[in-house]
Design a protein around this ligand. Sequence first.
Ligand SMILES: Cc1cc2nc3c(=O)[nH]c(=O)nc-3n(C[C@H](O)[C@H](O)[C@H](O)COP(=O)(O)O)c2cc1C
Length: 300
Amino acid sequence: MASLRVRVAGVELENPLMNASGLYGSKPELLLRVAEAGAGALVTKTFTYMPLPGYPTPIAVPVECGLINAVGLRNTGIDGLRNLLDRLKGVGKPVVVSIAAASIREAEVLAAVAEEHGAALIEVNASCPHSPVHGGSPARHLRLLGAVVEAAASTTTIPVGVKLGVMDNLVDVAAEMLERGARFLTLINTVKAMKIDVYTRRPVLGHGVGGLSGKAIHPVAVAAVYMVYRELRPCIIGVGGVEDWRDAVELMLAGASAVQVGTATIKGLHVFREIVDGIRGYLEKEGYRSVEEIIGAALA
Ligand SMILES: Cc1cc2nc3c(=O)[nH]c(=O)nc-3n(C[C@H](O)[C@H](O)[C@H](O)COP(=O)(O)O)c2cc1C
């Protein structure tokens, strides 16, 4: 049988699939369900140092081609992160902790807590498209981001990566993050988007602008992974609009070592088993012995 084992920055996963941050990642009982559903790793919601209340409702609106959300990084802060990780002890799958820091000190503390409480990897969320601090304005934000990544990476012994969104200078920013100590990149986050109600003549979301996820952004994610892998050959976790095994394989062919599933999990966690089985079937039909053989194969 073809092997589905992959490594992300040296951490071994039984298969390349994980939930995307923000979906099933804020409560231990939900992440335990993701584990049971067959994901190879579990990803927490993004945690900040202080709790955040999130944006006013409505926080999400379905559109034809996906979902627009502006949750506003609602989370229970560093104490919530500790509790979550303690309740995941013994889960038997690597836990990826997503953090967002507004200062070097916050990055150090969040990273230290993540490692002490059992995280296998840390994903620095730098790409929330509707947050002024954690992804909003690139220039100011990127200066801080480099320092945040460096601080997290030098505080811990576990690999630290950065989650980046689509932007014109994505390859340059990715290169800079790798120089500052990032051991993997997660690509991509949601894409800035908005829906207006034609009768109220007002934005539908409480925050106005949000981020588009789901099917519509899949080709955008494939291009982002492909371009960054082509130039830099880093370890990449691909994410964006993955709904079935073909989408996951496509991201891996573009250069991703692992794949996250976000919006598609809303329809049910059975998606993990279906994608895992589908990838295995593809590998066997195409004569591969290991899923690692297809990583970046579109560039071979
Ligand atoms: C409701 C919702 C909440 C999200 N919250 C986070 C978050 O806290 N941190 C983060 O890095 N990404 C967050 N994301 C972005 C996803 O992790 C993912 O990058 C994006 O949705 C694209 O993947 P998808 O098309 O499979 O959903 C969120 C997405 C959605 C739909």
